[in-house]
Design a protein around this ligand. Sequence first.
Ligand SMILES: Cc1ncc(COP(=O)(O)O)c(C=O)c1O
Length: 420
Amino acid sequence: MVERALLEAPVDVVRAPDTALREANLDVAATTPATPTVVARVLEVLPWYGSVNRGSGVRSRVTSEIYEDARATVHRLIGARADQAVIFVRAATDAINKVARKLLTQDGAGTVVVTTEAEHHANLLPWRWLDVRHVGLLPDGTPDTDHLAALCQEHRGNLRLVSVSGASNVTGHVPDLPLWARLAHEAGAELFVDGAQLAPHRALELAAMGIDHMAFSGHKIYAPFGSGVLVSPVDFIEGGPPDIWGGGAVADVSLDVIEWNCAPGRDEAGSPNVLGAVALATALETLHEIGFDRLQAHDDALIAQMEAELASVPGLSRPPTPAGDRVGVTAFAFAGFPVRDLARLLADDHGVSVRAGRFCAHPLTRHLLGQMGLPVDGGLVRVSFGGSTNGWEVERLGQALRAVAADLPETAVRYSDSAG
Ligand SMILES: Cc1ncc(COP(=O)(O)O)c(C=O)c1O
């Protein structure tokens, strides 16, 4: 039996004033609303807003300090090593592209990188500029660590990077990151973690877990102000030219010669997104103040509640439950009922917001559909929840799905006709 108190959302977020339209927001893996702490901090900083590291006026000096404080806060709160730099970027996608492009310019297209078939496209496609190998999947959609070990062994000494998502955006699976780090390091490689879905749910402990590089996005940790983070070793950042060239990236320039800046400025050409950086650092502080033990207990309680709700829906088709640790993400379908219609119906008739499709993770979704005996080019409906989710939202999902199931296939036919 799930303890009721654990179902109350520990993370407060700003909501639309019309509370009569009580939306059950089960799409937080896509993006998260801001916390009041983030909004308050942005408003506090705005009157001082000015250029960063470019002016001598008071605004510029204050803003530069605020920006560097945000960087130091992030560095501290993610447990990064002293030799790792925090670079502010647009989002996780930007960070992963940056690292792949750097590997291409520093080491060439023959650089061997291992990633998995379970990745979001952000952590799948950029590695294709290099010599990428993919860890295959077990039936439950989790990466096969025996295959990882075999690939590490095969490419030992030649392998530059192993990259994996810290939590899957389709199954919620959280891999054993210290194990991935050990296997990568034993093969002479570094570990890159796509932390986009992990950061809202778990304390990031880079040094303790052996993570060399990490990317995550502000808008998935309640700071939707257009910023993200790349953490990488300073010697990697400084091992070649930046991927974007311009002001701030250089120490000295003549018409023939460029002397690059050191990290992190070297990889932050152009005027930085100060408010985004401040919002992201404040969101991390808020999550730490709430406490990741509490957030995880809340996640676990919601997962238990969701499992009970979904188990009570007749005819619902679900992929195998992923083994091991997981965060609040899962997918399902009714065979024969188009998933986009189902998602629209959940929103229109029941106020339940979900996502339908293949979630920018086509290989993984195809694999799961195959396991479910459904057409592999179809899609699934995804529900995702986290610190800002209340138990009633998951309950509403269960009620809505039971109502849909009650008159399948009539609902499917009727809704498809009217949805156009
Ligand atoms: C696992 C994972 N990685 C990367 C991304 C890309 O994040 P962003 O769109 O913020 O760059 C996402 C987005 O959903 C994701 O779920």
